[in-house]
Design a protein around this ligand. Structure first.
Ligand SMILES: *[C@@H]1O[C@H](CO)[C@@H](O)[C@H](O)[C@H]1NC(C)=O
Ligand SMILES: *[C@@H]1O[C@H](CO)[C@@H](O)[C@H](O)[C@H]1NC(C)=O
Length: 300
């Protein structure tokens, strides 16, 4: 491009940005945006493939959900709502190739998971490592073939004081290899906004090794009403962790935030924290129907 044309193109972009901002400047200046948007995938067959989610260009990370059965009896089960498993491995590699890491969330809304001993936690680590990451233990089935995932997310709707998610987290953290032949393992959690969190989760997050926490501010009366307070408590308690605001893309879900209020309230409030990380959107299915992320991603 000739210098003049390049200058013109740049000034058109700059002008567009100024016009855009002049239309609706928030009262308080927002803190630093990151542009990071994480989405959950795997809760509805009609949401389209993982590859399509990544190719949409809307997300900077996708979390497959859920590994919904694990525990002391050594049984493991992946539930991705009837999506064909064949092909997911190639989609993961495609996502990674275009720069979108893919993680796996454990837990969910079912009742068939627990981790009530150190041994159960170490066994779960062993299983995860060999089935979805760098391990290759004979006899351990790899649902996604040789695709090597980028992280593990804890999405725990129930638990007991005996649960040892701290042991699992520490073991996973040992395998967060930056540089060398391995690769980073993003350790995340996606709790309701409640603070302090339930003991079994607190014990894990207190290790201080979680890279990200996605705080859900929807589908829970207290979170909808008091999320600003809870957000401040979470972000202050774990300065080494990046915090993401978890929002629903479904207008029908309690706690849905109108995009305009994301702009005027959620984003500037959340971005006051030095360890603000971005947005988490639940989930790809609703997002595809509502185009929520395409509206709010500019505020992330
Ligand atoms: C925003 O970025 C500036 C400049 O990089 C930095 O000095 C400041 O601490 C950041 N603020 C927050 C809230 O992260
Ligand atoms: C979302 O975007 C798609 C593709 O651009 C469009 O077909 C659909 O009507 C949009 N849905 C809504 C609710 O705006």
């Amino acid at each position: 491009m000739a210098p003049l044309a390049r200058w013109r193109a740049a000034s058109v972009v700059a002008l567009a940005a100024i016009v855009c901002l002049a239309g609706a400047a928030p009262a308080a200046a927002a803190g630093n945006k990151t542009g990071q948007v994480t989405v959950f995938w795997g809760r509805n067959k009609d949401e389209g493939t993982l590859r399509e989610a990544c190719d949409s260009g809307l997300y900077t990370m996708v979390i497959i959900s859920f590994l919904d059965v694990f525990g002391p009896n050594g049984k493991y089960h992946l539930d991705i709502s009837g999506h064909p498993i064949a092909g997911v491995g190639d989609d993961i590699k495609h996502c990674q190739y275009i720069g979108v890491p893919v993680s796996l969330s454990i837990g969910g809304f079912g009742s068939s998971y627990s981790l009530p001993s150190k041994k159960a936690a170490l066994d779960l680590f062993d299983y995860l490592w060999n089935a979805y990451f760098g391990g290759s233990k004979p006899g351990v089935h790899r649902p996604f073939g040789d695709a090597w995932l980028d992280g593990v997310d804890l999405f725990l709707e129930h638990g007991t004081a005996a649960d040892r998610y701290d042991v699992l987290a520490l073991e996973l953290a040992k395998h967060n290899i930056r540089g060398g032949p391995g690769k980073p393992l993003h350790l995340t959690a996606t709790p309701r906004c409640e603070f302090p969190p339930a003991g079994y989760l607190k014990k894990a997050v207190d290790t201080g090794i979680f890279e990200r926490v996605h705080v859900r501010i929807y589908d829970d009366g207290d979170c909808e009403a008091y999320w600003h307070l809870r957000w401040d408590e979470w972000t202050a308690a774990y300065p080494a962790t990046r915090f993401y605001v978890g929002m629903t893309a479904s207008e029908m879900t309690h706690g849905w935030v109108h995009p305009k209020n994301v702009y005027y309230d959620v984003a500037p409030s959340a971005q006051k924290a030095d360890n603000y990380g971005g947005f988490m959107i639940w989930d790809r299915y609703y997002d595809k129907l509502s185009n929520y992320t395409s509206m709010v991603k500019y505020y992330a």
